[in-house]
Design a protein around this ligand. Structure first.
Ligand SMILES: [Zn+2]
Length: 163
């Protein structure tokens, strides 16, 4: 699909200040991403535990959003809003994102519940349970992948909408 480098990652952010971008810690291995296996790039900042980032392909552009980990702990059975995996093998976390532009500067944020280490792409690629006889497992799997891509793109589109 497209390749990312230090510059394209930093340039992709729609809701981060210059200061935030300058002290952003890049994720490992971002140059060798196989976009057939990854629907979005998400990582926690190892130097700033409250900060995380997602870079989502929207059409042929990468849209980056800076996230803040909320203090609130979600309910133990909470589901990730992005992959909606019903047998979630990992924790989910409340993240909030400042909207782009003036809205964000005025404190307007959007919240979302996402897998704590951004495991969504792995979760949706597991073959789903056979729901009934004749159930098309592969079609269901592809459907989940497409839905994850749509949800991630919708979220970042919403953040940048006011830019
Ligand atoms: Zn998820």
């Amino acid at each position: 699909m497209f390749s990312l480098n230090d510059t394209t990652i930093r340039d992709s952010f729609v809701n981060a200040s210059r200061k935030e971008l300058s002290d952003l810690t890049l994720p490992a291995g971002f140059a060798e991403i196989d976009w057939a296996k990854l629907d979005y790039l998400g990582w926690n900042d190892p130097k700033r535990p409250r900060r995380a980032y997602v870079v989502v392909p929207v059409g042929d552009v990468a849209v980056g959003v800076l996230l803040r980990r909320a203090d609130t702990k979600p309910a133990s059975r909470a589901q990730c809003s992005w992959c909606q995996d019903v047998q979630l093998p990992n924790d989910v976390v409340f993240f909030s994102a400042r909207r782009a532009g003036a809205a964000g500067r005025n404190g307007d944020t959007v919240g979302t519940l996402v897998c704590s280490e951004f495991e969504c792409s792995r979760n949706v690629r597991k073959p789903p349970a056979m729901a009934y006889i004749g159930f098309d497992v592969e079609a269901a799997r592809l459907d989940r992948i497409a839905s994850l891509q749509t949800r991630a793109a919708t979220f970042v589109d919403d953040i940048r909408a006011t830019a």
